[in-house]
Design a protein. Structure first.
Length: 100
């Protein structure tokens, strides 16, 4: 199957504590990475990123929301029928996301 890598819907949590959609429903796969360094995250101190493939991501790792520590990557579920959201405690937290 041929795929075209596409940037995520956003690569920044604009307001800390407010989830953002990073990947639309029905991707063929991809990844979300929480950068390892504070500089790459756009922050003073590196922090966790929260990901939820089911509903709106919170800012704690429980239920369907899970935590990506600095430098960790999550593989997007191929064929997932729901969008993936991300969240962070600090406004302006940047991350990497590519889907296909």
């Amino acid at each position: 199957m041929a795929v075209t890598p596409t940037p995520g819907l956003t690569d920044t949590v604009g307001t800390g504590g407010t989830p953002v959609a990073a990947v639309p429903a029905n991707p063929n796969g991809g990844f979300i990475t929480n950068p390892a360094s504070a500089a790459d995250q756009g922050l003073v101190t590196a922090e966790d990123l929260f990901v939820d493939p089911v509903t709106n991501a919170g800012t704690a790792g429980f239920g369907t929301t899970f935590r990506l520590g600095p430098g960790q990557t999550w593989d997007i579920i191929p064929g997932q029928t729901t969008p993936t959201t991300v969240n962070a405690n600090t406004s302006g937290h940047r991350f990497s996301v590519v889907y296909y």
